[in-house]
Design a protein around this ligand. Structure first.
Ligand SMILES: *Cc1c(COP(=O)(O)O)cnc(C)c1O
Length: 444
């Protein structure tokens, strides 16, 4: 079908409706099919979250309203903070940061403020080579030098390399656990101890919290400050730049540096507390993306304590199921029990078929491609995260598609290299699109 666009700007209502309905049908989302985009936790987002966020008492309030008129909203923020603190074992959380990367920046600023108050000059922050690109970016934005730490042969942080690079000029380390290979770093307690022994702090990138919910508390592993991605682990639709939320939690000694104000309970009333004089200040206008907080709150209330644990258990089970089904057919560089995701490699693919080709071919089979070429330490990485919300039937149909593609790679490689073959457009020039973006609509 053809999109309606040839009549200039004078369109009838039905033409506009058809245009947008057609466009929406060309979109792909988790409500339409399997979306195994690794590191992004594209779980199904229950619709009750949207219903709650839409309630007038939440959606029509203004951040400048008197506190006495928004007691329910304040209570929700207060209780959400308590739940997140319980999940992670932290003393307090600030709900202000608007995304994971923003939480990282906030966390690094907190580390900076901590050393400033102590009167210590520390210039470096260690970042493992498997880290998400936002980690070294956050470090640099705060004026620290980012120092790369190698991974060892099992995919953990290399302790020898860490010992060589740690010193009293190191403010801290940024750790993602499970890491971006989908592996629980079995050295984590030692890593934290080595850094703490030199007076440094440990930052936790909590994007992979889905694997640990209700099972282990980051604080108990030795993490001092960490962000969560409410839009990933706690079920808000994301991707395409929609609103997110990256609350930052801290251990007791860092509470005074958190961005304020925090919500306090005073008798039966809720109110914004005083901002501490050592606070890094506000990191966002008003209080953060409140709608995402409502969704995370609803989600947590709906699943409860037992549900949290089940989320992690099934997420891990699903990932291991897929990994075991695929590992004989695609190279699995780190063959260990994985957490909520795992990473394959295109090494050894015949007929010069590469990761990108496989990803595009998956679209022909009705699946969103996995994350590709990340983490950088795996050649031609294919990072698959099924999440806990998929059925065994869906996982099996994905395996079936992957195995068919593997057969095509061997028998009919051009089919795979030319993919996608069934989409409205063929293979796009992603490099050109990034370098020379042309966003203006032109008459077809
Ligand atoms: C998604 C992600 C981030 C960044 O989070 P945003 O909310 O997208 O800013 C950081 N680290 C890891 C490991 C991630 O997966």
């Amino acid at each position: 079908m053809k999109l309606v666009f040839d009549k200039g700007m004078n369109l009838s209502e039905v033409e506009v409706i058809r245009h947008y309905t057609l466009l929406s049908r060309r979109n792909f989302g988790v409500d339409l099919g399997f979306y195994p985009l690794g590191s992004c936790t594209m779980k199904y987002n229950p619709k009750i979250n949207e219903e709650m966020a839409k309630l007038e008492g939440f959606s029509l309030i203004h951040p400048l309203q008197p506190e006495s008129t928004v007691q329910g909203a304040l209570q929700l923020m207060f209780e959400l903070e308590k739940m997140l603190s319980e999940i992670c074992g932290f003393e307090r959380f600030s709900l202000q940061p608007a995304a994971g990367a923003h939480g990282e920046l906030t966390g690094i600023m907190i580390i900076q403020a901590y050393f400033k108050k102590k009167g210590e000059t520390r210039t470096k922050i260690l970042v493992p080579d498997s880290a998400h690109g936002t980690n070294p970016a956050s470090v640099s934005m705060c004026g620290f030098e980012s120092v790369e730490i190698k991974s060892d042969k099992d995919g953990n942080i290399d302790l020898e390399d860490l010992k060589e690079k740690i010193g009293e000029d190191v403010a801290g380390i940024m750790i993602t656990n499970p890491n971006t290979l989908g592996l629980f770093d079995s050295n984590i307690e030692q890593v934290c101890k080595i850094v703490h022994d030199k007076g440094g702090l440990v930052y936790g990138d909590g994007a992979n919290m889905n694997a640990m919910l209700g099972i282990c508390k980051p604080c108990e592993l030795g993490i001092d400050v960490m962000h969560l991605n409410l839009h990933k682990s706690f079920a808000t639709p994301h991707g395409g730049g929609g609103p997110g939320s990256g609350p930052v939690g801290v251990v007791e000694k860092l509470v005074e540096f958190l961005p304020g104000p925090l919500v306090e309970k005073d008798g039966e009333k809720y109110k914004f507390g005083e901002i501490s004089e050592n606070s890094i200040g506000k990191v966002r206008s008003f209080y953060g993306n409140f709608g995402v907080m409502v969704k995370a709150f609803t989600y947590l209330k709906a699943i409860g304590n037992a549900g949290c644990k089940e989320v992690a258990e099934i997420a891990v089970l699903n990932a291991n199921y897929l990994k075991e089904k695929l590992k004989g057919h695609f190279k699995l560089p780190f063959d260990r029990v994985c957490q909520h995701e795992f990473v394959l490699s295109d090494e050894g693919m015949p007929n010069e078929v590469r990761t990108n080709d496989i990803a595009k071919r998956l679209m022909d089979y009705g699946f969103h491609p996995p994350t590709v070429y990340f983490p950088l330490i795996v050649k031609g990485a294919i990072m698959i995260e099924p999440t806990e919300t998929e059925t065994k039937e869906t996982l099996d149909s994905f395996v079936e598609a992957m195995l068919k593609i593997k057969k095509e790679v061997e028998e009919n490689p051009e089919l795979v290299k030319g993919a996608p073959n069934s989409m409205p457009v063929k293979r796009l020039d992603a490099v050109k699109a990034a370098r020379e973006p042309d966003l203006r609509w032109k008459k077809p």
